[in-house]
Design a protein around this ligand. Structure first.
Ligand code: ZN
Ligand code: ZN
Length: 375
């Protein structure tokens, strides 16, 4: 397919601008997807603010839904995920595993060495180049698949088929919020039936964690946030208790008052030193704190050693999940109604309003997740 498309271009120090650029051409092992919607995630905001280093100029956006319109020449049939054909609806995940490094070979797509080295550090795909350029031929870096555009090129390893019973636009958030929550709950937390859980920060990812923790059998889920609207959404989606950390002088004591002895699992979904320290302080003996929120720059936290050792607690980081095995699982959970998209996605913007969408996110004005619709 040739022609031009509109894309939100980010240049360090300037606001996002919608530009008209050539439609990218997929190569072997890649698909061209006509994007339906792309989620508005804090990680993109971290990049724009310079808190996560990334080359500029670039097209950001890393969780999409859309339709496969072209498969790259030279793609081998076994590279195409089961059930995906031209014209099919798909979801794209932000971790786009290379499929060949030693981590991918052992199934750990979340640790793909080449993804971090090529895409996250250099903004390119697996042949070492970007598929995007400006009208003048200068290259644009790609953050994941560069989903804030009308079309994107994405490695086939990062796609899963989107069933017709799930919504075309809202399903975009399965590729980062859904996948990240799945990894935190099912890969990192060691959650078991009857566990008591705290979720600190109930934005798009925290709300998904609340739902998946309930689905995994947690009997108590305490949502902690600064915003009552977000806490109400958490309660609607299965949180058994809510704590407004602005109203409570000590959220740790408030959690411990609700759950004597502390929680078995505390998820931290905002990425600040204070909240990660709180997550650890909320734990019961043998409890696990799961760090999910991306922190700004080299933020660090100080943790008292003796209680950690004496109570045999753990602190574990969790980044995304294993795309090729877990994205289809996330879609299945959503299809079963255990991960509600309608209740997670609260706002949608047109591509022309993309700068306002990120302003609203930065001001904390979005409860749940927002999406940008491309058409
Ligand atoms: Zn994200
Ligand atoms: Zn890999």
């Amino acid at each position: 397919m040739t022609g031009t498309m509109r894309a939100a271009v980010w240049e360090a120090g300037s606001p996002l601008r919608v530009e008209t650029i050539p439609i990218p051409v997929p190569r072997a092992g890649e698909a061209l997807v006509q994007v339906s919607a792309c989620g508005v995630c804090h990680t993109d905001l971290h990049v724009m603010k310079g808190e996560v280093r990334f080359p500029s100029p670039a097209v950001l956006g890393h969780e999409i839904s859309g339709r496969v319109v072209e498969i790259g020449l030279g793609t081998r049939p076994e590279q195409i995920p089961a059930g995906i054909e031209l014209g099919d609806r798909v979801v794209g995940a932000f971790i786009m595993p290379c499929g060949t490094c030693r981590r991918c070979e052992s199934g750990r797509d979340d640790l793909c060495e080449r993804f971090f080295e090529l895409n996250r550090l250099r903004g390119v795909l697996y042949d070492g180049t970007s598929r995007l350029e400006r009208a003048d031929g200068s290259s644009l870096a790609m953050y994941s698949m560069a989903g804030l555009a009308e079309y994107c090129v994405i490695p086939l390893t990062a796609l899963a088929a989107l069933p017709h019973d799930l919504p075309e636009f809202e399903s975009a958030v399965l590729g980062c919020a859904g996948l990240t929550a799945f990894g935190a709950v099912h890969r990192a937390s060691g959650i078991t039936e009857g566990d008591a859980v705290a979720v600190i920060a109930v934005g798009g990812i925290g709300l998904s964690i609340v739902q998946l923790a309930r689905a995994a059998g947690a009997s108590t889920v305490v949502a902690v946030d600064l915003d009552d609207a977000k806490l109400r959404m958490a309660a609607d989606l299965g949180a058994t208790h809510t704590i407004n950390a602005r109203a409570e002088s000590d959220p740790v004591a408030a959690v411990r008052a609700l759950v004597p002895g502390g929680v078995d699992v505390a998820f931290e979904a905002i990425g600040t030193p204070a909240t990660l320290a709180q997550a650890v302080a909320m734990l019961a003996e043998g409890g696990r704190a799961v760090a999910v929120g991306i922190a700004a720059g080299d933020a660090a936290v100080s943790i008292p050693i003796t209680p950690l050792v004496r109570r045999a607690q753990s602190i574990v980081g969790s980044f995304g999940a294993r795309t090729r095995t877990d994205l289809p699982e996330v879609i299945r959970l959503s299809l079963e109604g255990r991960l509600s998209l309608a209740d997670t996605v609260s706002r949608s913007y047109d591509l022309d309003e993309v700068a306002a969408a990120f302003d609203d996110l930065g001001r904390g004005a979005i409860a749940g997740r927002a999406i940008v619709r491309m058409r």
